[in-house]
Design a protein around this ligand. Structure first.
Ligand code: HPA
Length: 239
């Protein structure tokens, strides 16, 4: 595929750093660039999916929105990995807690992604493939979060194609019984794409709502909690 790609207008891989931090919301990518990065250049505007490259404490890093859900996000993950020579993508998103001990604003690191998406169905014959992150990056994120005093949980998540999902009675409870920590909508797509292309990936989430308590964070509070994860992502981003 020649670059620019259909969805990213950067004319050269040089415009994008080796590591890209990816929130769903392109305005969050803009916020990160404006708040944390120096010497910022913008490499994408196509479809409003803003992407920036700059320096965090002297380390070159990019940030870009992915949109919501696996089909949107995988377009960007694939193009960045396959055509722009990106090595590592760190998703920084939000998720709904599925366990009582996970509070709003805690951070969840996805050690593996259960998914209702069809993205890997049939690919592995009788096996159900298990999308997982880069192990070193995952350990690094967990240990750094602990050091920073962040309330962090590491475990499996449910990566769903539907935000407004009505599960059959008992299914949510069974997922909870089997240890699923949270529900979100992109990590399985990120982990599959990274594995397919031999790249590194990690997905972590600020808890914005709870399926257990039915609380939800206000937009303002969500933004503040999100900053811990932005900083964690920037700290662990490989150069
Ligand atoms: N479901 C799916 N994705 C989410 C949720 C949720 O409750 N909260 C944040 N992202």
């Amino acid at each position: 595929m020649p670059i620019p790609t259909p969805h990213i207008e950067a004319k050269s891989p040089d415009e994008i750093a080796n590591t890209v931090l990816m929130p769903g919301d392109p305005l969050r990518a803009k916020f990160i660039a404006e708040t944390y990065l120096e010497d910022v250049t913008q490499f994408n505007r196509v479809r409003g999916m803003l992407g920036f490259t700059g320096y965090y404490k002297g380390k070159r890093v990019s940030v870009m929105g992915s949109g919501m859900g696996i089909p949107s996000a995988v377009i960007y993950y694939h193009e960045l990995f396959a055509f722009y020579e990106v090595d590592t993508i760190i998703r920084i998103g939000t998720a709904g807690a599925m366990q009582a001990n996970i509070a709003l604003r805690d951070i969840v690191i996805a050690t593996a992604s259960n998914t209702d998406s069809n993205l890997n169905s049939g690919l592995f014959g009788p096996y159900t493939f298990c999308p997982t992150p880069d192990f070193d990056l995952m350990i690094e994120a967990y240990e750094r979060a602990k050091e920073l005093g962040i309330c962090v949980h590491a475990g499996t998540v449910c990566s769903s194609d539907l935000f407004y999902r009505e599960l059959d009675p008992g299914v949510t409870e069974r997922l909870q019984q089997y240890g699923a920590l949270a529900v979100e909508m992109e990590s399985a797509g990120l982990y599959m794409t990274a594995r397919k292309l031999g790249k590194r990936a990690l997905a972590m989430f600020t808890v914005s709502d709870s399926l257990v308590t039915h609380e939800a964070e206000s937009a303002q509070a969500r933004q503040e909690a999100y900053r811990h994860m932005m900083e964690l992502g920037l700290e662990i981003a490989p150069a």
